[in-house]
Design a protein around this ligand. Structure first.
Ligand code: BG6
Ligand code: MG
Length: 212
């Protein structure tokens, strides 16, 4: 089946920033004496900064005020942005550039649909800021994944119907968001284990066998 439009998640699909999210949250959790591990981290994939914090605080022994939560979220973003400082054009995940080029060559429209408010900064740092026909990100939405809002916005910016879009996701919450948007989903990494994904990708290049 050929898809006219492919919408990519950012963190963990195009760029390995999912690891930086983990490291920044781990530092916060350690500083606050809250248990946090990679299994819990998988629940944060695709989820907004404040919603991620709420998941981490499930293990906290004290109650945090709204002001304290905001301070923690800001501190996490500072640590995260320090790590983003290391990003270069070398840091797109394996096969991403040739996959994007292959889709474009076959006239498939491509977009980004990410919950991250750091999306433009990341795309610029890795040199992909002009690689997409549309970008929808965390600065433009009210509800993060699993809510479909960001994918529906990306489809709208592409001028595409949801049923003609294929979403590529590494997050269980992102797979759910794609399904909620009425789109088909290709899961990679953690999301390849999620049954609602119509396709599973061993590597991003496999997309060229599905979408083209
Ligand atoms: C998503 C990540 O892309 O963006 C989540 O998968 C993250 O882990 C979310 O919490 C929000 O990111 P940011 O950069 O706005 O804190
Ligand atoms: Mg992701």
């Amino acid at each position: 089946m050929r898809y006219e439009n492919v919408i990519f998640d950012l963190d963990g699909v195009l760029v390995s920033t999912d690891e930086y999210h983990y490291q920044a949250w781990k530092k916060i959790a350690d500083e606050e004496g809250i248990y946090f591990d990679r299994a819990i981290n998988n629940r944060l994939r695709g989820v907004s900064r404040m919603a991620s914090l709420e998941i981490i605080l499930e293990r906290a022994e004290k109650n945090y005020t709204q002001a304290e939560k905001e301070e923690l979220a800001q501190r996490k973003n500072r640590y995260y942005q320090e790590l983003l400082g290391n990003l270069t054009t070398e840091d797109t995940l394996k096969g991403v550039r040739e996959t994007l080029a292959g889709l474009r060559k076959n006239a498939v429209h491509i977009a980004v649909g990410s919950s991250s408010k750091n999306t433009m900064r990341i795309l610029t740092q890795v040199g992909l800021e002009n690689a997409f026909d549309a970008i929808a990100d965390g600065t433009e939405i009210t509800h993060s994944k699993p809510n479909p809002e960001v994918f529906l916005l990306a489809a709208q910016k592409l001028g595409a119907k949801p049923e003609n879009c294929l979403v590529v996701e590494d997050a269980p919450a992102g797979v759910q968001a794609g399904v909620n948007a009425g789109m088909q989903v290709a899961g990679i990494g953690e999301a390849a284990k999620v049954s609602q994904a119509a396709f599973t990708l061993q590597e991003i290049r496999d997309l060229l066998n599905i979408a083209v």
